[in-house]
Write a protein that binds this ligand. Structure first.
Ligand code: ADP
Length: 438
């Protein structure tokens, strides 16, 4: 209480001082304009806080990322008095930036645009982790990307303010406000406003990603439930004293298989999550594809022989030049050959070929198995997907092909399948031909 009184008292001399200054005409003018400025500042502050409050309320009540980003961009454009604003996010896989959302501009043309770090203002902001104002974009010749983006979007970028989107110390992307209106230049307040909006956008993006992650964890739990239920049921039956010894053995074998499937699912899921997170560093060294094929067959040949399956090879004298991660590519081949054995008929055939075609090294693993129904082909590379009734053939996790696809795409390649039900399947992998120097 006494503190408050004190602070009131200390204000009084200032009031007296300003009262005496009123006598001076110039001082009056200065004071008036200062008050006006203050009013303006205050209304900007108020508008800023109102927008922030609006965004934070929505942020805590919805996980609808597009709607949140739309709100943030709308406020960013209005508060900085610009023509448009946009959000670019880093794609961990390519290392480039892509437009995630934009205000006041048709977005469809922007979505596929790749904005490289090199030569773009957004790239500069990511690398330097600080805001950047460019008043005359067309004069800054080192930023060549803006003109390319303009030519695609039919928008003319004149001036630009870009700030980093930072969450937990990591830059996720960039928020940009474009073309300051009414012939004005960007101010410190604009930077501050856009930084605030960027903070909100970063929280919204992190939340949405966490939600996606928890979605994929729910998927895993759902998938684990089936083998777990089987394990519980089987172990209960095993307790029955009247169970015949041969039944006992049969159930124990199933328990062993299901338990090992659970372990494989957990491993496969972790592997896929790591690959999808972009945290895995792929090696880049010259690869001998033919050697990889021979190594795979030395591992899996005995399994094929056990089922009377023959393996034919059609390989060139020399391996086509490709560059990549040998262990990862071996993993792809192991999966394809192991499937060709698992889903083949007894005494069937597998043919493996390699050829250079259209600038790629194309490998094909063909089998004479049960084939894949046409309606299943589009889902085949999705995680946990197994063609219905695959269970009868072999225990699997439905993760091998998703992992293979991820690895092949990480190498800039493609993986696809052709199949005829009842006759067999051909899995193709095409990797770009290149030498280590390239
Ligand atoms: P998994 O074999 O562990 O189930 P994959 O991801 O490797 O997992 O394969 C997914 C599904 O694709 C398999 O469950 C099977 O239904 C189908 N599939 C894969 N390869 C073949 C093949 N060579 N012939 C027939 N079906 C196949």
């Amino acid at each position: 209480m006494s503190d408050q009184n004190n602070s009131l008292v200390t204000l009084e001399p200032e009031r007296e001082a300003s009262a005496s200054a009123v006598c001076n005409h110039n001082v009056v003018l200065t004071l008036e304009s200062t008050i006006e400025e203050l009013e303006e500042t205050r209304s900007l502050e108020l508008a800023r806080f109102a927008s922030l409050l609006d965004i934070s309320t929505t942020l805590s009540s919805t996980l609808n990322l597009p709607r949140l980003l739309e709100m943030i961009l709308h406020s960013a454009t209005r508060l900085t008095n610009t023509a448009t604003s946009s959000i670019l996010l880093i794609d961990e896989r390519t290392g480039s930036l892509y437009f995630e959302a934009a205000s006041n501009i048709p977005f469809a043309a922007m979505a596929p645009i790749e904005v490289p770090m090199e030569g773009s203002i957004a790239g500069w902001v990511v690398e330097n982790k600080k805001p950047r104002i460019v008043e005359h974009v067309k004069d800054e010749k080192q930023f060549t990307v803006a003109a390319t983006v303009d030519s695609i979007t039919s928008f003319s970028t004149e001036s630009l303010l870009a700030v980093p989107l930072v969450a937990k110390g990591k830059v996720l992307g960039v928020l940009e406000a474009l073309n300051k209106q009414d012939g004005q230049e960007f101010t410190d307040e604009d930077v501050e406003t856009l930084m605030m909006m960027a903070g909100q956008a970063a929280v919204a993006i992190v939340n949405a990603r966490l939600f996606e992650q928890s979605d994929s964890i729910s998927e895993l739990v759902h998938e684990l439930r089936t083998p777990l239920t089987a394990l519980v049921a089987l172990s209960e039956v095993l307790m029955r004293p009247d169970l015949k010894p041969e039944k006992q053995r049969e159930f124990l074998t199933t328990i062993q298989e299901e338990a090992s499937r659970l372990a494989k699912m957990a491993d496969g899921f972790l592997e896929l999550s790591r690959l999808e997170s972009g945290r895995v560093q792929f090696k880049r060294a010259p690869i001998d594809l033919i050697e990889i094929i021979h190594e795979t067959l030395s591992v899996q040949g005995p399994q094929a022989a056990e089922r009377g399956i023959s393996i034919e090879l059609d390989l060139p004298e020399e391996s086509p030049p490709i560059v990549g991660d040998e262990d990862r590519l071996k993993q792809v081949l192991l999966n394809l050959v192991s499937n060709a054995i698992k889903y083949n008929r007894p005494d069937g055939r597998i043919a493996i070929s390699v050829a250079s075609q259209n600038g790629t090294a194309r490998m094909c693993v063909e089998d004479t198995g049960r084939g894949i129904p046409p309606e299943a082909i589009k889902n085949l590379f999705q995680r946990f997907y197994r063609v219905p009734d695959s269970e009868g053939y072999s225990t699997g996790t439905g993760l091998g092909l998703s992992i293979a696809q991820r690895i092949v795409e990480e190498h800039g390649g493609k993986i696809w399948v052709e199949s005829k039900l009842g006759e067999g399947s051909r899995f193709y992998v095409a990797l770009p031909l290149e030498t280590a120097e390239q």
